[in-house]
Design a protein around this ligand. Structure first.
Ligand code: SF4
Length: 726
């Protein structure tokens, strides 16, 4: 069995827009209602009910919550009542219907008797009536038009879903009823296209299935049009109505659907039909057919939203111009009527043309973006894990958190966007329920990659952060993650790449390939930048440096004979002999690599580019310390460092020793100093004399001990007095 789906079937643009607005409302934290069913389709109504959007008959039933005005539109009095009751509302009136309302208001305002071709009880007509003060005459067919009394000025409009041929017949009848007739072709091509596409399919099949709600007027029209072709036609509401008995014996089956039938119902029916097996060995063909037909449903769903409006405007204008003029004028026999008709039709065509040019512009806003399009949108809701974006008159899209940004540390979408913010987004796909899946991240990435390509071409310097050390190099975040080979990290060998992680540097792109599937699309280097910077600093150093200056530096390397100090662009040598006034065993006993210190520029050799440094020059000499710190008569501690026959040498500061003459070692005669003190012993000594010129310090152990004993006696006596007092 072959399945042929009509080129135009299912949701029209206006209904899809209303449905999407309802979906958006269902995300909001308040109750929403529709005034009457949103569309004439029970499945959609149930779907909305499941999303807590219920239908009410009258505003009297509501005191709170929000109201969605369906695509049929409402009377202006309803809007006033909504405002009076301070109820929030979303107006999903189809712009094509809105235009009819405006025309009704305009004609009434300019003194025309308004005639609406349509069904009086249809909600769209009820709404239009309200816009012309309920003063319009509604005619359902040519007979009612014929019965109308003559008037002076007549304005004619139509319910959007009526049959165009019938409308032209009505106009032809009404053109005799007034001195001046203005007519507007307000019929939407969505219905007509569905009818024409269905009739086309009817000619190729032996069974036609119309999917739609029995209460839907355009669905009923479709059924009637299909039946008129003579082909067997059945109406089903959804897949549950599909009796396989219908299909028995059918070789080719056609499918169409009313403008209020959602895509998912059409898909279910197509799926069921493609799995229907009469026992014919055509399983493989069925699978192929299924895929093809599903694709077609998807295409159709998109076409219904994108093409309807534009084609409506163009085709209707063309047809109105040609057909109305010909049919109305040619068939009019009376000369005066002919002239009037000609004039009226021309005016009418002009009006129609203007109307639809405007409509075309309005509806351009409603055009649904295609997969892969980059569109602008406004944030209308921000949840933790997704952002809802209005991307046009009838489309809302969702950006899941994962498609919002490359950043992994984001926990909630409100960290990045806010309601009202304008965004550029990429259309990823359409979901079955009409939601558009969007990505901001991909747009940002594309822009970033474009920018990086430009930066690469121009050799620009970029800021970035090293995020990870990997085999052979580092990963760097420059907006996207680029690779920095180990050989390009510095202008020399790098011992430990981990030291760079988490730090910010500047880079240049040395390789760019956005189409690369494996490995990094961007390869970075800082080698050249480092070398350039070093050169600049070196030149700056030699320009400014002078002997005798004190400069802050950083210990780069320690060697046995000293340390190399980075002076900010150039390295100087701090020889071991210039590290301190006192002798040191090894530079590392005083200095540490990485430590910062002040150094004195001892000598410069500009030719050989050598700098000799001194730390010692900036330190106080031991004798300066002694003079500052000690006075004659002080009793201090010192370390016996050497013994001689004439006495003992005692270190009182590093690099400064004093002499305790043998006569000052004790209050008795001492044969040898070692009889009293030993090397390494810490003793208390009294400073007898300080001679800075000869750099000699005279010390006495004997006097220090005597003074100490005197102090002890004195202390004992004072203590004894206190005890007696007590
Ligand atoms: S049928 Fe036409 S006028 Fe009616 S809602 Fe759909 S697009 Fe709008």
């Amino acid at each position: 069995m072959e399945i042929i789906i009509a080129e135009y079937a299912g949701f029209c643009g206006g209904v899809r827009r209303a449905y999407n607005m309802a979906l958006q409302a269902s995300q909001e934290d308040q109750s929403w209602y529709t005034l009457g069913p949103l569309v004439h389709n029970q499945a959609v109504v149930q779907d909305l009910r499941n999303r807590s959007i219920t239908s009410v008959k009258d505003l009297d039933e509501l005191d709170a919550g929000g109201v969605i005005i369906r695509s049929h539109g409402v009377r202006p009095q309803v809007i006033s009542e909504l405002n009076r009751k301070k109820l929030k509302f979303k107006d999903a009136t189809c712009p094509l219907v809105k235009r009819v309302q405006e025309l009704a208001q305009l004609l009434r305002g300019e003194g025309y008797e308004v005639v609406i071709f349509g069904d009086r009880d249809h909600p769209e007509v009820q709404g239009i009536l309200g816009w012309c003060d309920n003063q319009a005459l509604v005619v359902a067919d040519i007979n009612q038009a014929r019965e109308m009394a003559a008037v002076k000025k007549l304005g004619v409009i139509s319910q959007t879903t009526k049959n165009q041929e019938h409308y032209f017949e009505v106009i032809k009848e009404l053109i005799h009823k007034a001195d001046e007739v203005r007519s507007f072709n307000t019929i939407c091509s969505a219905s007509r296209k569905r009818q024409e596409a269905a009739i086309k399919v009817c000619r190729q099949v032996d069974l036609m299935i119309v999917i739609g709600d029995r209460t839907s007027s355009n669905t009923q029209t479709l059924v009637q049009e299909c039946k008129n072709t003579g082909v067997k036609t059945i109406l089903i509401q959804d897949v549950s109505d599909l009796n396989t008995g219908y299909l028995r014996g059918a070789q080719r089956v056609g499918i169409t659907a009313g403008a209020s039938t959602p895509d998912w119902i059409i898909k279910e029916v197509v799926n069921r039909m493609t799995h229907y097996d009469e026992g014919a060995p055509q399983e493989q063909n069925q699978e192929v057919n299924q895929d093809m037909e599903q694709d077609k449903v998807e295409e159709t769903a998109q076409k219904t939203t994108e093409e309807i409006v534009q084609e409506t405007a163009k085709e209707t204008v063309q047809e109105t111009t040609e057909e109305t003029a010909q049919k109305t004028v040619e068939e009019s026999n009376q000369e005066t009527v002919e002239e009037t008709a000609q004039k009226t039709v021309e005016e009418s065509n002009q009006e129609t043309m203007e109307t639809f040019v405007k409509l075309e512009a309005e509806m351009a806003d409603l055009a649904m973006p295609n997969r892969g399009d980059i569109v602008k949108g406004t944030v209308i809701q921000v949840l933790d894990d997704e952002v809802m974006v209005d991307v046009g008159g009838k489309s809302e899209g969702i950006i899941p958190l994962r498609e919002l940004s490359n950043r992994k540390d984001i926990e909630s979408a409100d960290e990045l966007v806010e309601v009202g913010q304008e965004l550029e987004v990429l259309v990823l796909k359409w979901d079955d329920d009409g939601t558009i899946l969007l990505s901001k991240k991909k747009v940002d990435n594309k822009k970033l990659m474009d920018q990086l390509e430009e930066d690469f071409k121009q050799g620009k310097v970029l800021d970035g952060t090293v995020v990870e050390s990997v085999k052979g190099g580092l990963l760097v975040d420059v907006g996207v993650i680029g690779f920095l080979p180990a050989s390009h990290v510095e202008d020399g060998y790098v011992k430990n790449l981990d030291d760079y992680v988490g730090k910010d540097f500047q880079f240049k792109i040395i390789e760019y390939n956005r189409h690369k599937k494996r490995g990094s699309q961007i390869v970075l280097s800082r080698k050249e930048l480092v070398a350039e910077e070093k050169k600049r600093l070196k030149e700056q150093f030699w320009e400014n440096v002078e002997e005798g200056q004190t400069i802050r530096g950083k210990i780069k390397r320690i060697v046995d004979y000293g340390a190399f100090i980075d002076l900010g662009g150039f390295e100087g040598l701090l020889h071991v002999s210039e590290i301190d006034h006192v002798r040191i065993d090894h530079p590392s006993s005083v200095l540490t690599e990485g430590e910062e210190l002040d150094v004195y520029i001892l000598a410069l050799d500009r030719e050989r580019e050598r700098v000799s440094l001194s730390r010692k020059k900036l330190l106080k000499s031991p004798w300066e310390i002694v003079l500052e710190k000690y006075n004659e008569g002080d009793i201090i501690e010192g370390k016996v460092v050497r013994l001689a026959p004439f006495g003992a040498f005692v270190e009182i500061e590093p690099g400064v020793d004093g002499l305790v003459h043998i006569s000052q070692l004790a209050d008795y005669r001492v044969e040898k100093p070692e009889d009293v003190v030993s090397v390494g012993e810490i003793i208390k000594i009294k400073i007898l004399s300080i001679d800075p010129e000869r750099k000699r310090i005279g010390l006495s152990l004997k006097e220090a001990q005597e003074e100490e004993e005197d102090m002890e006696v004195q202390e004992y006596l004072e203590h004894q007095d206190e005890e007696e007092d007590f």
